[in-house]
Each structure stands twice: as C-alpha cells, then as structure tokens.
Design a protein around this ligand. Sequence first.
Ligand code: SIN
Ligand code: CO
Length: 390
Amino acid sequence: MSSNTPRQLLGGLSAAQFLSRHWQKSPLLIRGALPGFVSPLEPDDLAGLACEEGVEARLVEENGPDKAWQVSHGPFDEDTFTRLPENGWSLLVQAVDHYVPEVAELLESFDFLPRWRLDDIMVSYAPPGGSVGPHVDQYDVFLLQASGRRHWQLGGSPGADAGLVPGIDLRILENFAVQAGQDWVLEPGDMLYLPPGVAHHGVSQSDDCLTFSIGFRAPSADEIVTAFADYIGEQLGDSQRYGDADLQPPARPGELDDQAVERVRRLLLDAIDRPEQIAQWFGRAMTQPKYLDQLVPAEEPTPAAELRAALEAGGELSRTLGSRFAWRQLDESRATLFVDGDAMVCDLALAQRLTSSPMIDASLLAYPDADRLLATLVDSGSLSGFDEED
Ligand code: SIN
Ligand code: CO
C-alpha cells in the first residue's frame, strides 16, 4: 500500500498524513479501525497464558489483599483467579504476539511504521470497573478494543514532574482532569492512538473487555549513549589516549583550562561521529530480543544441503514469533542483516525478503549463499519450521 493511500486502520488517513499529524504528536480516535474485528483470544485464554512459566503477566487489584493498587506478577495459578472479586482488577499479559500467531498477524497492518520500533502487543482483561488507574506512558501505543467495551478518557500532557499517588506499586497520577471532548467508549474494532506523555484512563464497561496495546519502544538518550559508548569502546585500542602535544606552560597548574576541555571534547566527538558504526550498533540494539531466553537454539547444527532439500520439496520457514529482523544497505548488492541482536552480511534482496515476506520458501534459495544463511538462522532459533525428520 502506498504511503498516500487512505487506510481504514487510520480512520481514512494515509500513512503519510497520520505520521505528519499524529505520530508522536497528538492522539487519534479511530472508529472501526478493524471493522468486524473478532478477538482471536478469549479472557480465559489470557488467564491460561498468565499461568505459564516465562510469560510476563501482572495482576492489578484496586483493593488488593495487602494494599490499594496492589500489583502481583505471574505465573499465576487457578486459585488466584478464583479468589478475585467481581470487579476492580485487571490482568495484563505482555508480548502475546510471541505466543499467539493470530495476534502476531495484526502487526502486518502496522507496516507504515518501522518494524524494529515495535515493542510488543500487550493484552489486558478487566471485569466491569477494572482499570490500571490514570497514568502516562513513555511510548507510542495503539489501544485496540478487541472485545467488550472500555471507557477511555484523556487528560492532556501533565509533564515529567506530575504528582503520583504515593505509597503504591503503580505510577498513578494524583491529578487527572479529563479534557473536553476526550472521552469515548470504544467498541470492538475501535482503536485509540496515543503518543508518549498523554495522560489516559481506561475503565472496562463489560465482562468481556479485552484491550490490545500495540506498543512501540524508543530507547532513552541515557541507554543510547551508554550502550553505544560500550560498543565503540571495545573497538578503541588502549593506545588511543588523551593527547596534548600542543601543551603550553600553564599559568595556574591546578587549573583544568579550556584547551584541555576542547582536547577531550574532540576525542569524544571523533570516537562517536561514525555513522556506519552507529548503524552497526543500532541495528544490533534494536533487534535484541525482548526476552533473551525465548530464543531457543537448535540442538544440532542444520546441514545447509538438508535445509535446501526440504525447501525444494515444498517446506517453508517462518520468522520465529518474537524474533526481530532488520537490515541496512551496505552497497548496491549487499546488506547487513540484523537478527535478534546479531549481524551478518548477505545479499541485499535476500535481506529484504527475509525481513518482509511472511513465509520463507524455496524461492529464496536463488540468492547467493541463501541456504547457509537460512541454516544459521534456524540454528540460532530465529527461523522456525525446519524439522530434520521432515
Ligand atoms: C490496559 O489495557 O488496561 C491499560 C493499557 C494502557 O493504559 O496503556
Ligand atoms: Co497506558
């Protein structure tokens, strides 16, 4: 779809219009973003996921057994759900797109954003009256009503120093004033886009209220500076040092003068002002898996010839749910392919196909060295679907 095609998902705006008017700037309510949407998940399925080891799940209880707005972390068991009151709680499960392929498929509709910006799809369930309180998030999010109804209210942009309710597990705003006209009940298939920093409060209005949060992440400046400094630091030799061959006799030997500061500033700028190194680091950083332990390497190395034969016989591979792929062009025929925090050089067209086609089949074998690259990705756990017994 071209960037100027009107999209139902964006309320009739094109991708280009949405990005220039709303992305990171202002909220957008979209009625019927996915008309006739039927949730691929029931509240009971979500409760089941929240009982599984390794799944990140939280339960928020407005009047918890120990305190107000109590947060407990999964895995939960059936007893947890049987003891819960009829209302006043929310169950939140992260990264449901890693476990439920039908939820992951939703991401294909968000191809107007770089895929590597995606964090995950969090799914919440709340009985009538349940919420996580009014709050602010640091991230862009599309709140898709998947089933039931939720009442959303927005409260402007309170800023970083807004007061929070003290003494509780959650970051709930002490003062939340609904802005005129920013008050809606969302039905299944409706969606609300929120940029970072907008105060919001969503309260369930039905006993089947499921909300999908398609969340995007942006590393903080602190994370970027620290992590890039680590990456580049490893490549700088011990002999590259602060140097002052231009030193003049100091008038005041205890003084750290402007020339000294300028020398160290130059050293820092020379070390970091390397666009290709930045790209190599950023590709690795933005494809780091959300949960490292979910990447399961193959027990035995995959022979490239066997993989080729399986694909030629009609087999298919797919990107493992939760695996992150991105690429950057190196020259007219090659790219760096970034997968789950690793980087490898490969054919440019192959990198594009691998990161965009839903299915990876024998047609990819036409690219140079494709069988070996695919075997490497099967071995690291980033591609799934190859079974040696096949
Ligand atoms: C929820 O789904 O309950 C909360 C989502 C959010 O406010 O970000
Ligand atoms: Co939120």
